[in-house]
Ligand binder design. Structure first.
Ligand code: SAH
Length: 393
């Protein structure tokens, strides 16, 4: 068993059960990609079992902080079972669920989503990659499902020195799947969709949006960064009569239109705009349009805190434009999924946008990701999705 010896004073974070060891904390020791290592303090005391990743800044990701625990197939079986059992207790109103959320489930680098009877997984760290076959077998055994699609094509794989890989890892068949979210039928494709196929983290906020649209009687809705139209379906379910979905992905918009139709909504008053949101917001303002409700759910503008400043300007810009475009008394749902922008900073950015737009707004609700994307007390970095439901005054 190879050991990784930390520098004096660098043991605190592992002692607090934070699962990452950065390159700069290591005094000596190395191993192969994904290999199991014993991480020890400067004096040789045990701190954690982890997976070594020779080319990543995050050089070790901890599997366990318990010295007597063995990291083997049974270990992964137990961790995966624990993750799946947690979901079964969360009363999730969908058969689209995140079953494994990486570090928050004690499985760094592993993402597993369930879409109906298909699993879609990402192996994003050298350690998760090393145990890929074991994990795949255990997932089928625990869920009783037969099909697992691999979407290891996220850019973070490159930081781990891993090539991209996609395709059926277990089973085979069509990659288009329909899930039932809050009773809405939503089509997605695990091979062609973003990430593992869909944005499950917004599930609760889509339902909340439907409820708010109904409560405030919103008729016209602008869904910015719509992807496959989850918030658009929610708006129509809430009684909206006109929904414009804007996204820069044509396939996503085609799926959005299909999703509206398959739920029986009349799409004759629905627009699908394949364009940049910022430019579209400016055009709509110039055309004198206004909307009763707007959703802003942009992609990650700031992957890390280093990008926060530029991202802040981009967030402020779209929020300022959306607040202007909103009818008086209108509803804005605005989000950031940037790990580098925390909730406090995001609120300040939106406040700044309101001042620039000359608009006052009341905070109806503070929003976060769905609970099958948990944040643990040891790993607050896992928290990434934050949002506000605002009412323009
Ligand atoms: N709200 C969606 C998820 C949005 S993900 C849901 O509930 O499922 C972000 C989306 O923004 C992606 O679909 C991506 O195609 C789109 N996107 C990224 N940059 C864009 C831009 N500049 N203009 C318009 N859409 C953009």
């Amino acid at each position: 068993m190879k050991s990784i010896r930390l520098r004096d004073g660098k043991e605190r974070s592992l002692q607090r059960r934070h699962p990452w060891v950065f390159e700069g904390s290591i005094a000596r020791g190395s191993a192969d990609a994904g290999e199991l290592v014993r991480v020890e303090a400067h004096d040789g005391r045990f701190l954690a079992w982890g997976a070594y990743s020779p080319s990543s800044m995050i050089r070790v990701r901890a599997w366990s902080f318990v010295e007597t625990e063995r990291i083997d197939a049974a270990f992964f079986q137990v961790r995966l079972q624990r993750a799946v059992r947690l979901r079964s207790r969360l009363a999730i109103a969908s058969d689209g669920q995140r079953l494994v959320h990486g570090e928050a489930d004690g499985l760094p680098g592993l993402i597993v989503d369930r879409y109906g009877d298909v699993l879609s997984a990402q192996f994003l760290s050298a350690g998760a990659e090393r145990w890929r076959e074991t994990i795949a077998d255990a997932l089928l055994q625990i869920t009783g499902l037969q099909r697992l699609y691999e979407r290891s094509d996220a850019s973070v794989r490159a930081l781990e020195g891993l090539a991209e890989r996609t395709g059926w890892l277990r089973g085979e068949g069509p990659t288009d799947v329909t899930i039932q979210e809050h009773g809405w039928a939503l089509g997605l494709d695990v091979a062609l969709g973003h990430k593992t196929g869909y944005y499950l983290d917004q599930r609760d906020n889509r339902k909340r949006f439907a409820d708010l649209v109904r409560q405030f009687g919103c008729q016209s809705v602008l869904n910015c960064y719509s992807y496959t139209g989850g918030f658009s379906v929610a708006a129509l379910a809430g009684g909206a009569t006109e929904v414009v979905s804007v996204d820069s992905s044509a396939p996503a918009l085609a799926q959005a239109r299909d999703n509206l139709r398959r739920n029986g909504f009349d799409d004759s008053r629905c627009g699908f705009v394949d364009a940049d949101v910022n430019a579209t917001l400016r055009e709509l303002i110039a055309a004198g349009r206004s909307f009763d409700a707007i959703v802003l759910d942009p992609p990650k503008f700031a992957p890390t805190a280093a990008h926060a400043e530029r991202a802040a300007r981009a967030y402020k810009d779209i929020n300022r434009l959306a607040l202007r475009l909103l009818a008086p008394g209108g509803l804005l749902l605005t989000f950031s999924c940037s790990g580098g922008v925390n909730a406090d900073l995001f609120h300040k950015i939106v406040a700044g946008a309101g001042i620039d737009a000359g608009v006052n707004a009341a905070i109806l609700q503070r929003l976060e990701g769905a609970r099958d994307h948990p944040t643990t007390i040891e790993f607050p970095e896992g928290e990434y999705l934050k949002g506000l439901a605002l009412l323009k005054q």
